[in-house]
Write a protein that binds this ligand. Structure first.
Ligand code: HEC
Length: 275
């Protein structure tokens, strides 16, 4: 895209997010914006978030990831994943390919339920179908560790979120409009920080670009505190003085659908260290 066209596209994007285009056009516009704003960093590096902008931070990250301090929690999740239900069934039986190389297709639009289904919701559906009790979506010890392990079975898979029809597109559009909506006491949108300032400092924080954020959850902040993707959204909402929406709410599910789509083509990795 020529620089002028790019500026015009960006003005349209910020002024009227709902006016523009299909998901693939949106993704391309985000990429063009970041390529212009963060010169010299290939999109493949975006999986490292704000770490990609500092060699020291990336070195520290790599040495922590050699022996992840959170390995025990992943093992705990593995135990939950492998323990048979009372009826003898297992999580692996609920999923295509026994649960391997599938997480990159979540969230997806479920035409029967007429809603977006996240990976964590699918884990809970599996429990309920087998007569077990669903797990609390924000409990790091149970759903957190289970999700961390189950997602690791898809490490290396490329994100491939699909928006197959008009109904799905309407959910994607709701997620997108939330991404651009200013909220909270500070009156900031997700886009204010992670699109406009992505790859740059905002106040004293180096901000990750939107693209690449969705492929490496859950994260362990400080190496020990587990955050699912929606728990991370909630912390950002609190940071701008807004009351966070609930994990598993339609608002956050639609947001996750839009947000994950933008990382299409990037490899998954669960879990990683974050500051
Ligand atoms: C005031 C600026 C600000 C706003 C607004 C904001 N965030 Fe953040 N966000 C941050 C900071 C700071 C971090 C930690 C540094 C980083 O990774 O970007 C962060 C981290 C994240 C991460 C984790 C990235 C990673 O690789 O670990 C995600 C995902 C995220 N934000 C999503 C959102 C979403 C979705 C919204 C809108 C609901 C939002 N943020 C609104 C400042 C903001």
């Amino acid at each position: 895209m020529s620089p002028l066209k790019h500026v015009i596209a960006l003005i349209i994007l910020i002024a009227s997010p709902l006016a523009w285009g299909n998901p693939e056009e949106d993704r391309q516009l985000f990429i063009d914006t970041f390529e212009a704003n963060i010169p010299g960093v290939p999109i493949s590096q975006y999986i490292h978030g704000s770490l990609m902008l500092s060699e020291d931070a990336l070195d520290q990250y790599n040495s922590i990831m050699d022996f992840p301090p959170f390995q025990e929690m992943i093992d705990q999740g593995r135990k939950i994943w492998e323990t048979p239900f009372k009826n003898g069934q297992k999580f692996a039986n609920c999923f295509e390919n026994k649960g391997a190389n599938i997480a990159g297709k979540f969230p997806y639009y479920n035409t029967t339920l007429k809603q977006v289904v996240t990976f964590e919701m699918a884990l809970n559906f599996c429990l309920k179908q087998n007569g077990e009790t669903a797990l609390n979506l924000i409990n790091p010890e149970t759903m957190g560790t289970l999700s961390a392990y189950a997602r690791s079975l898809s490490d290396g898979m490329l994100m491939q979120i699909e928006v197959p029809d008009e109904e799905a597109l309407s959910k994607y559009a709701l997620g997108k409009s939330f991404y651009f909506r200013r909220i909270g006491q500070y009156n900031l949108a997700c886009a204010s920080c992670h699109l406009t300032h992505g790859g740059h400092y905002f106040r004293d924080e180096l901000l990750s670009p939107t693209i690449g954020q969705a492929v490496h959850f859950p994260v362990f902040r400080g190496g020990e505190r587990l955050y699912t993707l929606q728990m991370r959204y909630q912390r950002c909402m609190e940071a701008v003085g807004a009351t966070p929406f609930k994990s598993g709410s339609e608002t956050l599910n639609n947001l996750e659908y839009f947000h994950s789509y933008l990382s299409n083509g990037l490899p998954l990795q669960s879990s990683v260290y974050r500051r």
